[in-house]
Design a protein around this ligand. Sequence first.
Ligand code: SAM
Length: 288
Amino acid sequence: MNSIQNNWFTEKSALWEGQSFSMEVKEVLFHEKSDFQDVLVMDTKTYGRVLVLDGCIQCTEKDEFSYQEMMTFVPLTCHPNPKSVLIIGGGDGGVAREVVKYPTVEKVVQCEIDAKVVEVSKKFLPFIASGFESPKLTLNIGDGLDFVSKHKNEFDVIITDSSDPIGPAESLFGEKYYKMCQEALKPGGIICSQGENMWYHSKIIRTMLDFCKTMFPKVSYGYTCIPTYPGGQIGFLLCSKNPDTKFEEPLKELSEEDVENMNLRYYNASIHRAAFILPQFAKKELLN
Ligand code: SAM
């Protein structure tokens, strides 16, 4: 296994050239090529269990909640009454685990391309994959773009929890996909998508923000801090069909009690607001 040498896993990608992130491995729990990608699950010294697809870290036991909670509760709390949610990707089950907690959500539909990711997540990452057990959730195995194209006017919120735009997820970063998501949303619907890293991927992000602005009256970009993603942070791209949506100001403010009852470890209303304060270089490169 090239990415593991002398018990150290090293993550390299053309998307963050000239650098790498490493972690010490205690044990490789699973490693196989699925029909779509290389799937690796390992137990590590510092980050607990880790899922890696095509050599890129997808989630770790120690910090996954930062991403899963922000990808979920930022869009849900900006919608007045989210009842039906579509998740594209998200094969580890973490976003589903969070979405099914939200009291107004009645129906969650998910479309993940790779059944192997779901299978290994249920077996080796049950603390993340627990969302798959919810009676609110229906899981489909297939390509996200194909799936979205068959649905019109059906969802209040669409969350795209995809891997990076090299490999099976490439289509989920394109204009065609966003057009189809727009049609799959009900009036007032909201999209939240994995939005890469403002330090390394400003061109990709800028292109997406620009085409989204031609389709939606409200578009925004926020980010969360997470040690095991490149650069220690990852962004999310948000679009709303409702021109009155203010992404930086939750419509439903979760109280400390709500946060406690929902067992949230990262999200609260203050960090929601803070997530949209961008450094000057990012404001210029992404928004001006
Ligand atoms: N949070 C992670 C990140 O940002 O790296 C993503 C985690 S989640 C495991 C990503 C999932 O997207 C994977 O399970 C992958 O199989 C799925 N995926 C990739 N391309 C897809 C497609 N075209 N349609 C549906 N799911 C897709």
